[in-house]
Design a protein around this ligand. Structure first.
Ligand code: ADP
Ligand code: MG
Length: 554
């Protein structure tokens, strides 16, 4: 507002504070968010390209995972950062669909820009988007197919779909099989019949060497340690397992104590006493009935020797997290004082054995008391491959878990988005008014998924869309998505391209939330920097817009 003549002009903000308001602020934010979406667009789908990310030290990450890319690149613009958060949320909540969520958010904002140009108020757009998103969830629930934990074939396809754009595609079948079996093993049923999956029960162990094809599912726990003494049995059937968080060592004195020995019998007595203590420790283990010992601490050489003599397989310096897994899996209790060790505290496993994996020996604890203990041993030629396979398996476990927990899946390849888009247009017409325009914009924004899938496959995106829409107009067409090889519509369920419901609902929800949030901002003011400059640093506080560089920062 212009100050009226004569009235003093009042400055609330410090002179020189950067501030942007109205459409200027909106368009700037939208442009930044779109730039983020554009940055990951080309990676979407089975024919998406990879990105090579190079940091200042020259380290390279090659990936096509939306969230990994956005986590790695340096983004400064506040609105752009909000989009990165969307990818992170998507990753946490659904484990897949990160690129989709970000592209959708970008497209929702792009469509909103057109509406703002037509003088539709951003709050109207935001409210239309919210209505559309609620309706979308309803429609998705309706068009989803039911799946159960017993449908291992379908679950496997869900896993395969999540891997389709990733490297290691030659091993998709094996890795999917493993993922589905792992999830089915740890899934627990609730009283109402639904399932929940605790990923923590699936242990992932990486061992470089061999090939991806050597990756295997192990029914139990893998401890990345060998037995301490070659004289011990390499294999123990029907193992009774002691878990101790105590050292089988004679306590060394803290300070450098000097023991003065004046004649040979004294030396003998001293040594014998130490020996006796260690012997007694091993005796305690043996008396409990244990045939296996996992110690979180050390085991003295002499104790190792006695343990071996007694046929007890022992492992030392086991990680705390492994000890906890062992306790859970074998039903044993971790004791901190060796004297407390009795038969009652022992865990059980059908077989414990040492196996050579690559250059190392590992201890495999299989046939555990708990039916919910399972491990995946990931193999691969190089460290990069092993890490990549871990990421792939991680995603597969998440989508299969989502499928098992929700019991619902959707056709991929843009099929769900097209069906949704058509449904929302009908819905918009029933709402009417200005919000109808926003709902229609939302419906049109969804086209970005099939369009981009086509584009990335080198197809004509307009053709892809026209053909898909026409198929979805037919009664039997709701599962038609894009075949990225031919560009022709194809039934995605028949083509085995299936995604869990949660991936789509979560992507829509977070995309809508962030778009609305960005739309409602009409004033961007540089806020005061919170950290005060160190004394003597000159304390210049002027101008600089905290965390907001000029331009879009990308
Ligand atoms: P996101 O990070 O969103 O999961 P992806 O690169 O994994 O991105 O691509 C996912 C999209 O690719 C989904 O829409 C999915 O349905 C689609 N898709 C996956 N495999 C195929 C396929 N074989 N043919 C067509 N679309 C596919
Ligand atoms: Mg994916």
């Amino acid at each position: 507002m212009m100050p009226t003549r004569g009235a003093p002009q009042i400055f609330v903000l410090k002179e020189g504070t950067r501030r942007e308001r109205g459409k200027g602020a909106q368009f700037n934010n939208i442009a930044a968010a779109k730039a983020v979406a554009d940055a990951v667009r080309s990676t979407l789908g089975p024919r998406g390209m990879d990105k090579m990310l190079v940091d200042s030290l020259g380290d390279v990450v090659i990936t096509n995972d939306g969230v990994t890319i956005l986590k790695e690149i340096d983004i400064e613009h506040p609105a752009a950062k909000m989009l990165v958060e969307v990818a992170k949320t998507q990753d946490e909540e659904a484990g897949d669909g990160t690129t989709t969520a970000v592209i959708l958010a970008g497209e929702l904002l792009k469509k909103a820009e057109d509406l703002i140009d037509q003088n539709i108020h951003p709050t109207v757009i935001a409210s239309g988007y919210r209505l559309a998103s609620e309706k979308a969830r309803e429609i998705l629930e309706k068009i989803a197919t039911k799946i159960s934990i017993k449908d291992t074939d379908i679950l496997k396809k869900v896993a395969m779909t999540s891997m389709s754009s990733k490297a290691a595609s030659g091993h998709r079948s094996l890795l999917s099989d493993i993922s589905v079996k792992a999830v089915s093993t740890v899934a627990e049923q609730r009283a109402d019949g639904s399932y929940f999956v605790d990923d923590d029960n699936i242990q992932i162990v990486k061992k470089q060497g061999g090939s991806i094809a050597d990756t295997e599912l192990v029914d139990g726990i893998i401890v990345d340690k060998e037995r301490v003494h070659p004289g011990m049995p390499a294999q123990v059937d029907n193992a009774k397992i002691a878990l101790v968080d105590a050292a089988l060592e004679v306590k060394k004195t803290e300070i450098d104590a000097k023991i003065e020995i004046t004649d040979p019998t004294q030396l003998q007595a001293f040594l014998t006493e130490e020996e006796d203590m260690l012997k007694r420790m091993v005796e305690t283990v043996k008396k409990s009935g244990a045939t296996l010992l996992f110690s979180q601490k050390g085991i003295d050489d002499l104790a190792q020797h006695y343990l071996a003599k007694n046929g007890i397989y022992a492992v030392r310096r086991v990680k705390k997290s492994d000890m906890e897994k062992l306790a859970k899996a074998t039903g044993g209790r971790i004791i901190t004082n060796l004297d407390d060790l009795t038969a009652k505290e022992l865990g059980h496993a059908d077989l414990v054995e040492e196996r050579k994996v690559g250059p190392d020996e590992l201890t495999f604890v299989t046939g555990c008391k708990s039916a919910h203990a399972i491990s995946i041993l990931i193999r691969g030629g190089t460290e990069h491959v092993v890490d990549e396979v871990e990421r792939i398996v991680h995603d597969a476990l998440r989508v299969v878990s989502a499928g098992v927990e929700d019991g619902k899946a959707l056709p991929g390849g843009g099929a769900a988005e097209i069906e949704l888009s058509l449904g929302l247009k009908d819905y918009g017409a029933s709402v009417g008014g200005r919000e109808q325009l926003a709902i229609e914009a939302f419906a049109n924004a969804l086209d970005v998924i099939p369009r981009t899938l086509g584009e990335n496959a080198g197809l004509d995106p307009i053709n892809v869309l026209i053909k898909l829409r026409s198929e979805h107009g037919k009664k039997s067409g709701k599962n038609m998505g894009v075949n990225v090889l031919t560009g022709e519509p194809q039934d995605m369920l028949k083509a085995n391209i299936i995604e869990p419901l949660r991936v789509k609902t979560q992507a829509l929800q977070s995309a809508t939330e962030v778009a609305s949030m960005i739309l409602r901002i009409d004033d961007v003011i540089a806020s005061r920097k919170t950290p005060t400059p160190p004394p003597g640093a000159g304390g210049h506080e002027h101008g600089g817009m905290g965390g907001m560089p000029p331009g879009m920062g990308m």
